[in-house]
Design a protein around this ligand. Sequence first.
Ligand SMILES: Nc1ncnc2c1ncn2[C@@H]1O[C@H](COP(=O)(O)OP(=O)(O)OP(=O)(O)O)[C@@H](O)[C@H]1O
Length: 430
Amino acid sequence: MADAPLLEIDGLEKHFEESSNVFDLLMRRDPSKIQAVDGVSFTLERNDSIAVIGESGCGKTTLLLTLIGLHDITGGDVVYKGTPMSSFDSADWKDYRSNVQVIFQDPFNSLDPKMTVEESLKEPLEIHDVGNRDERIRQVLEDVELRPPEKYLKRKPMNLSGGEKQRVAIGRALVLEPDIILADEPVSMLDVSTQASVLRMLKGLIDDYDASMIYISHDLSTVSYISEVVNVMYLGRIVESAATGQLLDDPKHPYTEALVSAIPVPDPHYDRPRTEMSGAPRDPIDLGEGCRFRDRCPKVIPPDDLAVDQAAYREVMAFREALERDALPLDRIRESLDDPSDRDALAAAIRNEYFSTELSGENATTVESALEDIAGGDRETAIEDLRERFESVCEITPRSIEAETDWHVACHQYYDHDRQVTEDHAITTD
Ligand SMILES: Nc1ncnc2c1ncn2[C@@H]1O[C@H](COP(=O)(O)OP(=O)(O)OP(=O)(O)O)[C@@H](O)[C@H]1O
């Protein structure tokens, strides 16, 4: 289709099934779902450079491998120039594979050590039956600033520096003049001194080749070199999406705020306030309803009528989260006790593990009673009582809100708690 976007990622989902263990089989339970990519949507137009940023394990690599067809899609679709991947025939796949190229993180593994630079660059041209190969190879070497090309043609990867290897890998991705480059942490293995120059070169080449790019990285500090738009990903979902400058200047989602505040500031006299995140992301297994950042979020929203300190409330939320997932390490805690049958000691040890702040009044009473229930083996009552007192609006999945054109954030801070639209913001569909 002539006016269809170049690439539409539409509610893309890649769930893995965790292989069943004996317990699952005995209980006839379905295997757990690893929700590596869970409803990701964005559109890439020609000449766009869009970044996907997030911590390790948020699903970036799975997203990339799904986009190149190495993982089957389990939900949603990827639509290339109007044709959904789910209906690609073999000619569509051939066209897609020549037009969507990847630059991987590790230039040491992405080049065949037995091939010369010339052979590495010639291979894609041969596979896709492109003519004028020698001329194309020389031009690409010039473009990736390996000059003069003759100096590099017969070299093997072992005779190239890390930066030179990555330039060859970039050349290999560009040699077919693709529409789209998917770059997975393309400079993270390079010396800091070469990172910026390789990134600037890559950005220039994307423009010269009239291509578009999806740039995947854990490092928000490099994106301003390379992408006009950033998608921030957390546990399989995009939590915020905005123009790069806007997102770095005025992050809205508490997770984005924490990532931005962790970017080193070059001025030793300026101490930027940091938004602290506690803990690490959980495994993306059977994640269920709600904002996935809520157990680490410094701004998790308490019920309207609850008087509680924010740090204490976050601890309660992290504790409830682990309890509801049946992830409290009770066996380990019990084993650490002098008398493993001592319920009071068990309740105290759980409290020590999960709570560093003091709760007071009815909040403290509810938590103490839940700890006693857990120590006595009554997990369900503990879950119910804690939920009744502490349940947060953040346990409802936040939809994406658009406040200004092309700025989306999935966070309840931008809604009324009863899910009404706040004054200035219009709710968009996911
Ligand atoms: N083939 C697979 N089978 C089962 N689980 C998988 C598979 N591949 C990835 N996962 C899980 O999916 C989640 C997302 O992994 P992924 O590698 O996509 O994250 P990432 O953001 O790229 O992390 P990193 O930067 O560390 O590579 C992780 O919990 C991972 O364990």
